[in-house]
Design a protein around this ligand. Structure first.
Ligand code: TYM
Length: 333
């Protein structure tokens, strides 16, 4: 049976958070054996916000080391660097010509980012969903694992793909669907559980980084926002108890125990005691990743070899696919 294709990517723009792990990486780990997976380090996206090649390079190696540390197996999936496959840009230009400015202006992430008046808005920020669409549509992708914040971009990808298919009366592009984690598609900030946990948050106490040390974890969890219910109740209720619900989702995902079971287990326990147990579990979980991470991050030769192998394999597929697309549209005759 032919395996279906999965495409997913992460930008190397900072240290990864527990949100990345729960939101997408956990799905990558699970799906890598059953699907034909393309896991991309989206470094071209990084240039929207970072203009320093050394910084981006460090984040690339860090991201790859994290992937290996959590069990992404380069023998089972295609791991590659976006900038190694120029076909993404070839498709990007084409898709630009089939996307309306109004569609890009409506993207929530774009609207939120331009609220920051200190940020000079470059065209890359507006056009970024088209580069995402190119990443996805280049590989006949069936499924895209993402966090909640990316759903709108996948919906736009579908619109663009359908538009082109219809115009040429041909199924040039496979229409992708997204996969999101049932509870973990939006891990929230620790001090403001109504806001997404983000690696670029200026308040680092909002964020659990995968490379955080024990004392930082302890401090951040102790100071995370819960609620004033008395006596305290460890219950999942996203509306009334966003803080505790967020901690429960994280706990459930790192231990692979259902939220329901956790609620029963911690029924009569105080927030303070719950947090102490949580800190230890989180620390054990991160320690196991970090032990492997500090092994891999030093193996630059191995990391480069993995990216080269990925490039050689993916390049062939991308070249064939872009030729097919250009042919269908009429750019290559
Ligand atoms: P990025 O790099 O910001 O994040 C990578 C993925 O992690 C998810 N994520 C989260 N999920 C749950 N809770 C959180 N707190 C959390 N933080 C991040 C994001 O939703 C995302 O799925 N544009 C993309 C990268 C990209 C891409 C693609 C993704 C480029 N091309 C093609 C899918 C398909 C981005 O900036 O994600």
């Amino acid at each position: 049976m032919i395996k279906k294709n999965i495409f997913s990517a992460i930008q190397p723009t900072g240290n990864l958070t527990i949100g990345h792990y729960i939101g997408v990486l956990k799905i990558w780990i699970k799906k890598q054996y059953k699907y034909n997976c393309f896991f991309c380090i989206a470094d071209l996206h990084s240039w929207i916000s970072i203009k320093n090649k050394k910084k981006i390079k460090n984040y690339i190696y860090s991201l790859l080391s994290i992937m290996l540390s959590i069990g992404i197996n380069p023998k089972k999936c295609n791991i590659f660097l976006q900038s190694d496959i120029i076909e993404h840009i070839k498709l990007y230009w084409l898709l630009n010509c089939y996307t309306y400015v109004g569609e890009l202006n409506r993207m929530t992430q774009f609207k939120n980012k331009i609220k920051n008046k200190n940020f000079k808005i470059n065209c890359g920020l507006l056009n970024y969903p088209i580069l995402m669409s190119s990443d996805i549509l280049l590989y006949n992708t069936n499924y895209v694992p993402i966090g909640y914040d990316q759903i709108q971009h996948i919906e736009l990808t579908k619109i663009i793909a359908n538009r082109i298919n219809k115009l040429y009366n041909k199924n040039i592009f496979t229409i992708p669907n997204y996969i999101i984690s049932k509870y973990g598609s939006k891990i929230m900030s620790l001090c403001n559980p109504n806001k997404k946990m983000s690696k670029s948050d200026i308040n680092k106490n909002n964020v659990i980084y995968l490379l955080d040390k024990f004392n930082d974890i302890k401090y951040k969890i102790i100071n995370s926002l819960t609620d004033s219910q008395f006596p305290s109740k460890i219950l999942y209720d996203k509306i009334k108890k966003p803080g505790i619900s967020n901690l429960l989702v994280i706990f459930s995902n790192i231990k692979n125990i259902s939220i329901n079971k956790l609620e029963k287990k911690f029924l009569n326990i105080s927030y303070k005691n719950f947090k102490n147990i949580f800190i230890n579990e989180l620390n054990n979980f991160l320690y196991n990743i970090q032990k492997k991470y500090f092994y891999f991050i030093k193996k630059k030769k191995l990391l480069k070899k993995i990216l080269l192998k990925g490039k050689l394999k993916v390049k062939k597929i991308a070249k064939k696919n872009i030729n097919y697309i250009y042919n269908c549209i009429g750019i290559i005759k």
